[in-house]
Design a protein around this ligand. Structure first.
Ligand code: CMC
Length: 393
């Protein structure tokens, strides 16, 4: 029934046209709407980058203020949504909670989400970006058995998230500008990355005309895996397992062994065959945060730096062009900031939400858009006669 290309993992299939994010994997270049990621991370705030991804231009002063106000206005979640948390076990993985609760948003905005209406599409995007820090912080609070903290409109996006996560009614979080700047940068570095697994999942789910909140829940599910966003959690677990600089060669040996499934987490990328530009900024931010917190002897950082050095000079990694990716350093920063390992991928999801919803919006607005429907190469049984139950062996 027609010709198609067999392309497992879609390594050579372009699924859409996009004007949002450009990657040159050989040169290690990442641009959002034409702006270099390192310049954005150094000079812009996360809400500015959100505006840029959604609107194709950096906001002027008035637009920036208006956008920040919109995010503030939408940052609270429906009080009824807070009830969802108590249905989860306290030890549930926060990604499971994030996936469930974000999907549940579709039940709250079901009637207002007419995807053919550009105004509704915009509101859905604003709601998602604004509510994700609240939902993520609530997942953390629930795991700790602490009361939920309502968002505060006098704080910036990153400050507010840190406040809702680490503040308590008895001792409000004291905003540390260096840490909130670092948080903001981490959000910027994760904001979008063109047609990766989770973004493609969001587009595929949305291609049927599904509710955008449910599509984002699908993206969260896809991000969770250790080959994708779950890698930041896996990196930290790996560094802890390595335990000391002396044991690195053993793990490098294992990573190179064809008969061992072990991979160096935080290394390699489907598109980057050069240093991931996000990892460069992350590495610098990592040192800034550890400095600010007065952490001098962080054994995990020593292991990470040595691992990077060894891997980058090893023939196997050079030949296969395996460089550190964005997840390699982020875990160390997040750990130093006080986040438990299980929250790392949640932070990735929080920041990636703007990328997902920008890509969803672009797809819905693309006249060439069709329902996503890949083909398959059938390798199963040919037709055979039905066997009645009594005759089955
Ligand atoms: N350690 C050791 N060997 C590796 C690694 C690694 N981290 N990554 C790839 N290889 C080898 C792999 O065994 C294969 O060897 P061969 O050609 O001999 O079979 C070759 O390099 C190509 O790997 P691949 O799996 O075919 O490449 P891919 O494009 O399908 O996978 C990847 C990309 C990111 C899934 C993979 O590099 C990986 O598993 N890395 C570790 C997990 C990780 O850090 N993921 C985060 C990615 S960046 C953030 C994000 O997307 O969320």
């Amino acid at each position: 029934t027609g010709y198609f290309t067999y392309d497992p993992g879609f390594t050579s299939t372009g699924s859409c046209e996009s004007k949002i994010t450009y990657i040159d994997g050989d040169e290690g270049v990442l641009l959002h709407r034409g702006f270099a990621i390192d310049e954005l991370a150094e000079n812009a705030t996360f809400p500015e980058v959100c505006f840029l991804l959604l609107n194709n231009h950096l906001p002027n002063k008035a637009e920036k203020e208006e956008f920040e106000n919109i995010l503030r206005r939408h940052s609270m979640v429906h009080e009824q949504l807070t009830k969802f948390y108590s249905g989860f076990r306290r030890d549930a993985h926060p990604m499971a909670i994030l996936c469930g609760v974000t999907g549940a948003l579709s039940a709250f905005y079901h009637d207002s989400t007419d995807i053919d209406d550009p105004v509704q599409r915009k509101i859905a995007a604003h709601r998602l970006v604004a509510k994700m820090p609240t939902i993520a912080a609530m997942a953390y609070k629930y795991s700790m058995g602490q009361p939920f903290m309502y968002p505060r409109n006098d704080l910036s996006y990153a400050e507010n998230f840190l406040y809702m996560t680490f503040g308590t009614p008895c001792e409000p979080y004291k905003v540390n500008p260096i840490l909130s700047k670092a948080m903001d940068k981490i959000f910027i570095l994760h904001a979008d990355h063109e047609q990766n697994a989770s973004t493609s999942t969001v587009r595929l789910a949305g291609s049927s005309g599904a509710n955008p909140f449910a599509c984002i829940a699908a993206g969260i599910a896809s991000l969770w895996g250790p080959a994708h966003g779950g890698a930041n959690e896996a990196v930290l677990k790996m560094l802890e397992e390595i335990g000391s600089v002396e044991r690195i060669p053993e793990f490098v040996r294992r990573a190179k062994d064809k008969n061992d499934n072990f991979r160096l987490m935080g290394f390699g990328h489907r598109v980057y065959k050069n240093y991931d530009p996000r990892a460069q900024v992350m590495r610098k931010t990592c040192h800034e945060v550890l400095n600010e917190l007065g952490i001098k002897d962080e054994p995990l950082l020593d292991i990470a730096m040595e691992l990077e050095k060894i891997a980058l000079s090893d023939e196997y990694f050079i030949e296969k062009k395996l460089y550190p990716n964005v997840d390699f350093y982020s875990g160390i920063i997040l750990k130093a900031m006080g986040f438990p390992t299980s929250m790392f991928t949640v932070l990735f999801a929080l920041a990636r939400t703007v990328g997902w919803i920008s890509q969803w919006k672009e797809m819905i607005e693309d006249p060439a858009q069709k329902i996503g429907r890949p083909r398959q190469l059938y390798t199963g049984q040919t037709r055979r006669p039905f066997v009645p139950l009594a005759e089955r062996g």
